[in-house]
Design a protein around this ligand. Structure first.
Ligand code: NAD
Ligand code: MG
Length: 386
């Protein structure tokens, strides 16, 4: 049976791997809509290749260029953030949310509100607005299927019918490119150094988050939103080989884990095919070649971002939203050369100290807190650059 599919963030790392799966499985999905931030050439190429009905670019100034790139294809198009929301709102059974950052929140909500099956890669949306998104999913009958490899692993081994059987949920982390570096040795690192992930190939923002370990912090918060477990049941362990993608420890002492090669097409295919499994070309694990699996405790002193995320998760309310907004600004500043690598955790810590956190119950409240935190973080970036 052919199922309809929309991919938000189709030109990125996750989005293009989702499209790779579409191309490898003719007839399984019919693509309704694709979206991108600003790259209209890649977006139009992808839309033509998969026969999408609608393509939207978030950059409002790129509407004409997208129309031209799609000329003669019969594919409708739109531009601006509202067009991306329109893409998500169009009738597709499955939506993969592969936009990076809190920019993914409005389109994700549009898909949630029509009860779609959502493969959620866009973790920032769950970090800044988890309770709002999950409550809406429940109210509208949307299914949230995690694409993030750790959460997908947990989803696969979690006792959904009886969560009381769970004692702990343990997220694995590769440790990133600076796993064994001192703080001093991290000071002058370049964007290229920070993006050299040891095991996964990903977009720039998440690669830098992996280097600061903020990615694992965001994932802790994400796990708390996706699974019925308390903060104290969540843990992180560094596992440099990235073979075990995460684990669930049961009350009898059994630990169930999902293993695989570090290829995002495995969790993406899981979310796109669910409840069926789909064949992927991912490399099969060769245990003899892997030879050893090792583990170490995360170092919260060298990686303060992970400690900040733990604290924000414990504080709850708007604290995760403030953390995420400040991190997005700080990472963008690092990429643009306006801040150093070690400024990232400092800017996040200072923003959290400056913006009072409190309860957030509605989407509008989340959007307002996000905007305030971004302003404060931008001010901190400017002060550093001056
Ligand atoms: P990426 O930078 O490669 O791609 C991001 C996509 O979002 C692109 O299509 C881009 O055009 C679009 N986009 C950017 N800004 C936008 C905006 N303001 N409005 C609308 N669209 C915009 O990122 P990625 O690595 O594919 O990651 C996407 C999401 O998936 C992130 O939240 C990331 O944390 C998560 N994730 C990624 C991986 C991975 O392997 N790359 C793994 C786990 C989770
Ligand atoms: Mg992950």
């Amino acid at each position: 049976m052919t199922r309809s599919l929309t991919i938000l963030g189709a030109t990125g790392s996750v989005g293009s791997q989702a499209l790779d799966l579409v191309a490898r499985n003719p007839g399984r999905w019919r693509v309704e809509a694709l979206t991108a931030g600003s790259d209209v050439v890649r977006l139009a190429e992808a839309a033509r290749a998969c026969g999408a009905r609608f393509a939207a670019v978030a950059d409002a100034g790129k509407g004409q260029a997208l129309k031209e790139a799609l000329a003669g294809s019969g594919i409708e198009s739109g531009a601006g953030p509202e067009a991306v929301v329109e893409a998500a709102a169009r009738d597709a059974e499955i939506v993969i949310t592969a936009i990076v950052g809190a920019a993914g929140l409005p389109p994700t909500m549009a898909a949630v509100r029509r009860g779609a099956q959502i493969g959620i890669a866009n973790k920032e949306t769950l970090v800044c607005a988890g309770p709002v998104v999950t409550a809406a999913a429940k109210a509208h009958g949307a299914t949230l299927l995690p694409v993030d490899s750790e959460h997908n692993a947990i989803f696969q081994v979690f006792p959904h019918d009886d969560p009381a059987q769970v004692e702990r949920v343990i997220l694995t982390a590769s440790g990133g490119p600076f796993r064994s570096r001192s703080r001093e040795a991290m000071r002058g690192v370049s964007v290229a150094d920070a993006c050299k992930h040891p095991t996964w190939s990903m977009g720039a923002k998440i690669s830098i988050d992996s280097a600061t370990l903020m990615n694992k912090g965001l994932e802790l918060i994400e796990a708390g939103q996706l699974f019925p477990v308390s903060v104290d049941q969540l843990g992180v362990i560094i596992h440099p080989q990235s073979v075990i993608h995460s684990m669930v420890e049961y009350n009898d002492g059994s630990v169930l884990a999902q293993l695989g090669s570090p290829d995002m097409r495995i969790p993406i295919a899981y979310a796109m095919g669910w409840p069926e499994r789909i064949a992927t070309p991912a490399q099969r694990l060769d245990f003899a070649a892997v030879a050893q699996l090792s583990f170490e405790k995360p170092d919260l002193e060298r990686f303060p971002c992970l400690a900040l995320a733990w604290a924000a998760m414990r504080a709850g309310g708007s604290a995760p939203c403030i953390l995420n907004a400040a991190n997005e600004i700080a990472v963008a500043a690092f990429i643009e050369g306006q801040a150093g690598f070690l400024d990232i955790d400092a800017i996040v810590a200072e923003t959290l100290a400056m913006v009072p956190s409190g309860r957030v119950e509605t989407l509008e409240e989340v959007v307002a807190v996000d905007a305030t935190a971004r302003d404060v973080a931008r001010g901190l970036v400017r002060r550093r650059a001056a």
